[in-house]
Design a protein around this ligand. Sequence first.
Ligand code: NAG
Ligand code: NAG
Ligand code: NAG
Ligand code: NAG
Ligand code: NAG
Ligand code: NAG
Ligand code: NAG
Ligand code: NAG
Ligand code: NAG
Length: 570
Amino acid sequence: MFSKRLFGILLPVLSINFVTASPTRSTCFGPIHWEECQDNAPGSTIQCASYRVPLDYARPEIGSATIALTRVPSPMTPRLGTIFQFQGGPGGSGTQLVKEIASGVARLADGLYDVVGWDPRGINQTSPKLTCGFQSLEEQQGFFNGTIINDGIEAHGNFTDESDLHRFFSTLNQTDSILRRFGQKCIEDNGSFLKYLGTTAVVRDIVSMADCLEGPDNPINYYGISYGTVIGTYLVNMFPKRVGRVVIDGVVDAVTWATEPTYKETIHFPLGFLNNRVILAVIHDADVALKGFTDLCAQAGPANCSFATPGATGASLFQDIGDLIDTAYDRHKAGLSTLSAIDVRAVIYSTLSNPTTWDQVLVPSLISIRNSLTNQSTTNITDIMSMKKALTLAKLMQTRPSTIDPSLQAALAIGVIPCLDSIDQGNVTTKQVYDEMVRITQTISPFFGEVIGTPLTLLFNCHLFPVRAVERFTGPFNAKLENPILVIGNKGDPKTPFQNAKKIADMLGPSAGLLEQDGFGHTSLAEVSECTLGVIATYLVTGQLPESGQVCSVSQTLFPPNGLPLAAAS
Ligand SMILES: *[C@@H]1O[C@H](CO)[C@@H](O)[C@H](O)[C@H]1NC(C)=O
Ligand SMILES: *[C@@H]1O[C@H](CO)[C@@H](O)[C@H](O)[C@H]1NC(C)=O
Ligand SMILES: *[C@@H]1O[C@H](CO)[C@@H](O)[C@H](O)[C@H]1NC(C)=O
Ligand SMILES: *[C@@H]1O[C@H](CO)[C@@H](O)[C@H](O)[C@H]1NC(C)=O
Ligand SMILES: *[C@@H]1O[C@H](CO)[C@@H](O)[C@H](O)[C@H]1NC(C)=O
Ligand SMILES: *[C@@H]1O[C@H](CO)[C@@H](O)[C@H](O)[C@H]1NC(C)=O
Ligand SMILES: *[C@@H]1O[C@H](CO)[C@@H](O)[C@H](O)[C@H]1NC(C)=O
Ligand SMILES: *[C@@H]1O[C@H](CO)[C@@H](O)[C@H](O)[C@H]1NC(C)=O
Ligand SMILES: *[C@@H]1O[C@H](CO)[C@@H](O)[C@H](O)[C@H]1NC(C)=O
C-alpha cells in the first residue's frame, strides 16, 4: 500500500527525538530472552519469550504471573524502539495478533520499530489462566443454556410490545440468580488470583516489559484497537511522562468504563450468545452502520448489490430489513419458522463490523432470509442452512481485524475483566439493568438493542460480580503529555462509536490529535483508507499529528468490491 516514495519523504526527519522522561526506577524483572517461536512458518522472523511479573506490584512476595510475548524485530539500525500492540477483547490474544498482523504494523512504520504483542493476565498462553471453574467453552455455554444470557431477547420492532416486555421481565429472577452463581463459581475456582487481573495491572505489565526492553528512561510506544484503547487510555493517563507514540483506534469510552456502574456503559458483550460466540459490542452507531449498508447497496443498484430491488432507496431497504425482522418474529411465534427475530438481528449485527464482507456475506444472508420468510410456505431449510454457513463465513472473516479469541479464557475475560476494573456498584439491581436495556433498545438502537442487550454481557453482570481488582485506575483522564497521542474513530462504527474517540481526545486537549475516518465498520482497519494509513505511518515515524478536524475517506468500494485486501497495511 505504501510506496517507498512516501517513506523516502519520511525518512530524513528521523533525527527528531522523542521527549524523554526524567530518570525513573526500573520495574524490569528480566531480562527477557527472545527465541525463535516453535510454530514459525519457514522464513518467519517472529520471536517468542516468557516473562515473570509480580501478581501485585505493591507486594511482589505474593506470587507471580508468567506473561507470553511475541515480537517482530526491526531489521533497521538505528531503530526507533518498541511498539506494544494490542487489540480486542478483553480476552484477545496479543501473541496471536502479532503472528497475524504485526508485520503490517512493522511495515507501516517502515520497519523502524520492534513490534511486541503479549497475552494479558489470565489469557491464552499467559499463566495462571482464568477459568472460573469451567473445563471448556462448551461447559461454560451449557451453564447459561436456557437463560436470556444465552438466548437473547426475542422482540418485535423496537421492543415496545407489552407482551415482549412482560416476557423479558419475567426472566429477571432467573438472570439474577445465574449471574450470582457465575460469580460464585469464579471465586470458588480462581478467587485468590482474580483480583490481580484487570486493565490497571496490565498497564503496569507494559511498563515493566518496556523497562526491560528499552530501559526505564525511554518512551513507551503503543498501538491499541478496540478494548486495546482502554489499555492505551489508562497507560497515557497513569504514566504520562513515559508516553512516546501512542495510537488508539476504535475507541472504547475508558472514562465511563473506569468510573460509572458498568451497565451504563455504551458497550455490551453478549456472552454465550450467537452460537455462543462472544461479540464485543457498542451500540450507539450500529443503526448508523446499517444505514451505511442500505445506502451504499441502493446506490449500487440490483446489478452490483443483489439485495437491492429495482427502484429501492437506502431508506426503503432499511425499512425492508425492519420488516424482515418483524416477519421472522411473527413466523417464529406462529411456529412456522425456526428462524427468530433475534437470529436475524444477530446475523446482520455480526457482519456490520466488517464492510469488506458485506458483498460476500451480508447480502447473501439477507437474500436467504428474505426468501425463507416472504413465501407463505414453511421455511426453506436449505436457505437457513446457507445463512448459517454464511454466518460461519462471517465469523471466519471477522478474524481480521477484530480477532476475538475463541478460547474459554477469552470468553470469560469479556465477562470478568470489566467487572474487575469497575467501581463498586453494590446498590445497582438487575431491575435497573433490565430497564436500561429496554431504554437502549427503544431509543438508541431499535434494530440491535436486543442483540447486545443480553445481560451477561459483562457490563451487565458486573453489579453482581463479587470481586474487584486490588488496584483500579479511575482517572484523571486529562494528562498533559509531552508527546501527544493519535486518536482515531470511524464514522459508522457499530461497536465503538466515533463520539468515544472525540471524548477521549477532547479530554486530552492539546495532548491528542483526532482523526475521523469517513467509513463504516469496527476500527479504521475495517476498510482500507490510504489516507488513514498515511496519517498513522507519519505519526509513528515522525510524531506529526493530523490537522485539526482532518477526515480521511476510504479507498475501498464495497459494491462491487474493488479488491483492496484488508491486509493492505501488511
Ligand atoms: C491462544 O489463542 C489462539 C488463537 O485464538 C488459539 O488458537 C489457541 O488455542 C490459544 N491458546 C491457548 C493456550 O489458549
Ligand atoms: C441446551 O439445552 C437444550 C435443550 O435442553 C439442549 O438440547 C442443548 O444441547 C443444550 N446445549 C448446551 C450447550 O448445553
Ligand atoms: C422475583 O423475586 C422477587 C424477590 O424474591 C419476588 O418478589 C418476585 O415475585 C419474583 N418475580 C418473579 C417473576 O418470579
Ligand atoms: C483457576 O482454576 C483452574 C481450575 O481449577 C486452575 O487450573 C488454575 O490454575 C486456576 N488459576 C489460578 C490462578 O488459581
Ligand atoms: C456496477 O459496478 C461497475 C463497476 O463499478 C460499473 O461499471 C457498473 O456500471 C455498475 N453497474 C450498474 C448497473 O450500476
Ligand atoms: C420464494 O419466492 C422467491 C420468488 O418467488 C423465490 O426466488 C424463492 O426461491 C422462494 N423461496 C422459497 C423458500 O420458497
Ligand atoms: C430452497 O432454497 C434453495 C436455495 O436458495 C433453492 O435452491 C430451493 O429451490 C428452495 N426450495 C424451495 C422449496 O423453494
Ligand atoms: C448508589 O449509591 C451511591 C451512594 O449512596 C449513589 O450516589 C448512587 O447514585 C447509587 N447508584 C445507584 C445506581 O442507585
Ligand atoms: C419505536 O416504536 C414505536 C412504536 O412502533 C414508535 O412510535 C417509535 O417511534 C419507535 N422508536 C424508534 C426510535 O424507532
